[in-house]
Every structure is written in C-alpha cells, then in structure tokens.
Design a protein around this ligand. Sequence first.
Ligand code: NAD
Length: 324
Amino acid sequence: MSYEQLVFPENSTFLVTGGAGFIGSNIVEALLKKDMNVRVLDNLSTGHIENIKPFMDNPRFTFIQEDIRDLDSCMKATENVDFVCHEAAWGSVPRSIEMPLLYEEINIRGTLNMMEASRQNGVKRFAYACSSSVYGDSTKLPKRESEEGNALSPYALTKQTNERYGRLYKKLYGLNTYGLSYFNVFGRRQDPNGAYAAVIPKFIKQLLNGERPTINGDGRQSRDFTYIDNVIEGNLRACLASEDAAGEMYNIGAGGREYLIDVYHDICDALGVFVEPVFGPTRAGDIRDSNADISKARANLGYDPSYDFKAGIALAIEWYKQNL
Ligand SMILES: NC(=O)c1ccc[n+]([C@@H]2O[C@H](COP(=O)([O-])OP(=O)(O)OC[C@H]3O[C@@H](n4cnc5c(N)ncnc54)[C@H](O)[C@@H]3O)[C@@H](O)[C@H]2O)c1
C-alpha cells in the first residue's frame, strides 16, 4: 500500500519543520492532498519560499518563519499539534566539517527544543530526520540499526545525538519519537545549486548545462539512493505507528546499492549526453559504502518502499528537465 492510501483522523494538525526545504515541502504537499491541517516552521536558511508558494492560498496551510533554535517559537508552533515531522536541520558532511559549532546549535539544540516543545504540548507522534551518516566508520553491510560506528563528521555526530535524545524522551517523558535514518534522498525540488548540493541534482544540472561534473574519489563508492516518495511514506507511517514502536531508530532507504559511477552513467544515458567526468580527491568525512537493511522499518512501521532506484531516477530526471 502506498502512502496515498494511508488515513489519518479527520482534521489532524501536522507541524513540518524545515517544510520549505526539499524533503519537508514534499511531506507538506502529501499531507495537504489528504486535507490535513499543515503548519511549516522554517527560517528559510537553506530552504526556498518557492517550494511552499503553491500552498500559501490553501486555508489549511500556515507558514511560520521562525528558527528552531528559539524555544518560544517551537512552543508556539507546536500548540494544538497532533503530529510533528521534524526535518529542519543543516545537511552536508563537508560543510559541517567547516562549521561544527553552527551544526551543534541548529541540529542538536534545535532538535532538543522541538522535542521539549512537543512533549510540553502533548504531541502524539514525533517523527524526526536522522541520517545514514550515523553508521560512520562501521564497514558492515547492510546497515542495521543496532550496528552504528563512530561518527566521521560533526553532521553525523549531531544525528547520533538526536537519536539518543529521541530514545530518552520516550523513556523519560513518554514522547512517541521515531528516528528515521534517511539514505541519500533524491527527487523533485532537491536543490541542485551551491557547493554543498547533493550529487544527483548537481550532476543533472551540470550535464543539462553542458558542464563537466566532478566525481570525488574513484566513483566506486556506493549508496542506497532513495527516492523522495519512499521518505514521505516513512514519515507518514511513523505518524501512524504504535506507541511500542517509539523511542527507536528506523532505516528509511530503498534497500538497494548503486555505485556512483553507474549513477553518473545512468543520468548521462537518460539525458542522451556523454561527458567524461573529472575525478577529484576523496572527501573527508564520507563513508565508502551504504546500503540499508529496512527490515525493522518494515516490521514495526509497515514501511514498504514503492520506488526502487531506477523508477525514482527516471522520475527525478523528468522533473529536472521540466523545472530547471
Ligand atoms: N537529503 C538527504 O539526502 C538527506 C539524507 C539524510 C538526512 N537528511 C535530513 O533530512 C532533513 C531535511 O533535509 P533536506 O534534504 O530536505 O534539506 P533542506 O536544506 O532542503 O531542508 C532543510 C530545511 O530546514 C530549514 N532550516 C534549517 N535550519 C533551520 C532553523 N534553524 N530553523 C528553522 N528551519 C531551519 C531550511 O531552511 C530548509 O528549508 C534534514 O534533517 C537532513 O539532515 C537528508
């Protein structure tokens, strides 16, 4: 069953933090299609107002331009909210290596503010974005929730810390938290611009512009690239999950593994171009291989991803061709 068929109690209110970003705006869109009331809390630091412009006229939609580092803003935003999908954070491993203090403030303190506000306001379910980067230096494949390694970047450490608070908030205060470790998400509205852009939108944009993309390393690093609709599904399933499944982490991936060089060639083929890539240095903080074991999310959340990499990349490329 895809997430389109999932049913929430009528008139439920959701708060999506980071709702002007790539993942958040896609969750917002899916919820509005279900006639839910949706609030977005976003400071527009890495997100874009264009991502939520189409929802502004919807009477069920409210945009709050505030910062999750401010507890009062989190308290106000969570008043009378049933479900929270907490997506606001700063992403990018290399950027976190350049500015660790800022990552601590936004990703750790901001998430703690959101958990605290949600607990005080009696939020029923708190789904929050974690990351496959929490597996750090563990070389075991596939990645299982109980087998995390040491963090390789400040970003990964912030996500590991979020997880620990997520467990603690369930245990100490009964807040139903669900940590969702996303594995390299891609799809419509992912930002292709800037030094810290993710590889898939970056490659597509560069190839469409006739530029020559750079692959960091030898291209033989692998990732479980996950289409955005699978991540929407993970969030919606977590908001409907049992209380027994709370206080836990869940891998939200497609369950596959693609080598970066093959992804590059797939994109070239789909665009009908071939440009030899430049091979650059390996990036500090990057993990070599990644592949999600999704059996825990399947068993406890009923997560059943509808899109494998091939189906997702075809849709993503089509979207960028229309929208870049
Ligand atoms: N995209 C991926 O592949 C991926 C993988 C693993 C985890 N994640 C996590 O998923 C979440 C969403 O990522 P995304 O790819 O949509 O990124 P994004 O940058 O597109 O979205 C993040 C949003 O959060 C907002 N934000 C940032 N700091 C804020 C603050 N202090 N207060 C309020 N809003 C703030 C930004 O303006 C932006 O709209 C993040 O927590 C990220 O770490 C993403």
